[in-house]
Design a protein around this ligand. Sequence first.
Ligand code: 5GP
Ligand code: ZN
Length: 150
Amino acid sequence: MQLEESALGSEIRTQVTQNNFRGCRFRVAKEPVYTDLAMNCLFCKIIEGTIPSTPVYQDELVYAFADINPKAPVHVLVVPREHLGSLDDASADKRELLGHLLWAAAEIAQQKKLGKGYRVVVNTGEDGGQSVDHLHAHLLGGRALNWPPG
Ligand code: 5GP
Ligand code: ZN
């Protein structure tokens, strides 16, 4: 299911039950988890709905939206609702969340009919080219992708 952008912020605050596009029922957290870092985080604001985005998928753990500067015909960012700075900040208790992030990327790839192939990328840290300090996976597809990346 695709949600209206304007609905996202209020949903996070009011706790509703929604269907995702595969028909699974899920609950949206009553209040976003705010830390000092998260309060100034671009992706936390996108998840909250105070900064607009084009939603692609959401469930109780992740929110996925179109990248503002797409590098491929399909370029979706899959973001955990919980603020984690990067993959490097993910402790052992986040293993399930990390698995869910990858699962969601594959679900979206199916929805986008990327049967020919796609790439899921998690840029991490300065050398990894990470520019937004909230863990996210890029789902790229719709064209042949070069390897290795630059
Ligand atoms: P990174 O470089 O951290 O791996 O990826 C960050 C991504 O976030 C980039 O691909 C960039 O285009 C995207 N991005 C940055 N600001 C915004 C924004 O305000 N909205 C959306 N939808 N994407 C953004
Ligand atoms: Zn954040």
